[in-house]
Design a binder for this molecule. Structure first.
Ligand code: NAP
Ligand code: MG
Length: 408
């Protein structure tokens, strides 16, 4: 393709490069599937663990700030260093998870959705359409405190306002040794979560479900329910009705039962812990491999970040650097790019970019569903009798062939 036929971009996307096998695939995807067709404008931030270390993790913060400037970020998977990684890469310290840092700066809600293929039958046989899980990424047990005690006693929560007023609440008499935990959340964060979920539901024309346990948690979960209701009534009801979608509140256990009985096709907003658990449950039951999961972050201000749901695929990388061919699946990485570019296209009214993103996604699906060409992880969970199992680069080549056919 000659360069004058390339799709133009008005504004850049923020590109966050990463680590290990995903970093290797990142370059292959760009070189083969993007750069020949798009005059790709990116503001590049290198989140390689060594570069984060050299910049005292400032590069992660700068990347998040850049997303605020340009609206759209596309992220490769990154190592969250633990003690082993500090040794392996000779790091100054265990830097925090880049995702957590970015999420804190953007105050976003995470949306995870399976990439559905007709040759992978979900473990739950009723599921036909995607179930997107939205996870509230702030507070509850992720920001709580706990204690152990070794005999009977009593406990009381005291909240002291900045102006020194106090409110108190006593637990029932505690009869023996045990554990105790206190958690919290804040109204503004719950509101952001409700808004982000409702915006996403509208954008994708999906019904919205929200589950909590307000019958038991009469103050805490009841507040979530109340805030969701009021954000819906005051800001979204009309738009939802116009678009023929609905908002439904269920008790969380009822919600789980309904999810399993459903045919899918809705957004399930989950409190922090529920989202942690049920996003893994839904993805595994739906497609059986993390490499077929997209992950998108929306902030209340409209900032957006897309990435693959999986990590850096460390074990494959070690084999790759030894010179072995690896069959690592680049699908979720490709979709991180298509979703981010599509979002860029929507923000800039760039129809060519939107169309290209849709074609690239279609090319991936045709490769797996029609050509039966797939990576090892997909072959393992698919019903295809005689799949053509290929390595990563062969897979990308096959996708490219289909992409060229689609865009002629
Ligand atoms: P992982 O990279 O997601 O890989 C776990 C296993 O899942 C792999 O060993 C592989 O199984 C399979 N897998 C994941 N992605 C695959 C793909 N694209 N194609 C084929 N198989 C795939 O998780 P991890 O090994 O626990 O973590 C590795 C590093 O990633 C860690 O340093 C962690 O901090 C980081 N991480 C980053 C993010 C992020 O940036 N969002 C998220 C999670 C983890 P087989 O080996 O059995 O083939
Ligand atoms: Mg989890």
């Amino acid at each position: 393709m000659v360069s004058k036929n390339k799709i133009e971009m008005e504004k850049p996307v923020v590109e966050l490069d990463g680590d290990e096998m995903t970093r290797v695939m990142w370059k292959w995807v760009k070189d083969e599937l993007l750069l020949p067709y798009i005059d790709l404008k990116t503001e590049y931030y290198d989140l390689h663990v060594k570069h984060r270390d050299e910049t005292n993790d400032q590069v992660t913060i700068q990347a998040a700030e850049a997303i605020k400037r340009w609206g759209v970020g596309i992220k490769c998977a990154t190592i969250t260093p633990n003690a082993e990684r500090v040794k392996e890469y000779n790091l100054k310290k265990e830097w925090p998870s880049p995702n957590a840092t970015i999420r804190k700066i953007l105050d976003g809600t995470l949306f995870r959705a399976p990439i559905i293929l007709n040759n992978i039958v979900p473990a739950v046989r009723f599921w036909k359409k995607p179930i997107v899980v939205a996870r509230h990424a702030f507070g509850d047990i992720y920001d709580g405190v706990g204690m152990r005690f070794d005999g009977p006693g009593e406990a009381e929560i005291i909240f002291r306002y900045d102006d020194s007023r106090e409110i108190r609440s006593k637990l029932p008499k505690i009869k023996g040794a045990g554990v105790l935990q206190t958690i919290y959340n804040i109204d503004s964060s719950i509101q952001s979560f409700a808004r982000a979920s409702m915006k996403y539901a509208l954008m994708n024309k999906l019904d919205l479900w929200f589950g909590a346990k307000d019958t038991i948690s009469k103050v805490y979960d009841a507040r979530f329910k109340e805030i969701f209701n009021s954000v819906y009534e005051n800001e979204f009801k009309e738009e939802f009705e116009k678009n023929g979608i609905s908002y439904n509140y269920y008790l969380i256990d009822d919600a789980v039962a309904r999810v399993v009985r459903s045919e899918g096709g809705f957004l399930w907003a989950c409190k922090n812990y529920d989202g942690d658990v049920f996003s893994d449950f839904v993805s595994t039951a739906f497609v059986g491999t993390l490499a077929l999961m997209t992950s998108e972050l929306f902030s209340p201000e409209g900032y957006y970040l897309s990435e693959a749901a999986h990590g850096t695929v460390q074990r494959h990388y070690y084999r790759y650097i030894k010179g072995e061919k690896v069959s690592t699946n680049p699908t979720a990485l490709i979709f991180a790019w298509t979703r981010g570019l599509k979002r860029r296209g929507e923000m800039d009214s760039n129809d060519d970019l939107i169309k290209f993103s849709e074609n690239l996604e279609r090319a991936v699906k045709i490769t797996i569903e029609n050509d039966l060409i797939m990576t090892q992880d997909v072959a393992r969970v698919s019903d295809t009798k005689n799949p053509v199992i290929v390595d990563t680069q062969e897979f990308i080549k096959a996708v490219k062939k289909n992409l060229e056919k689609l865009i002629k």
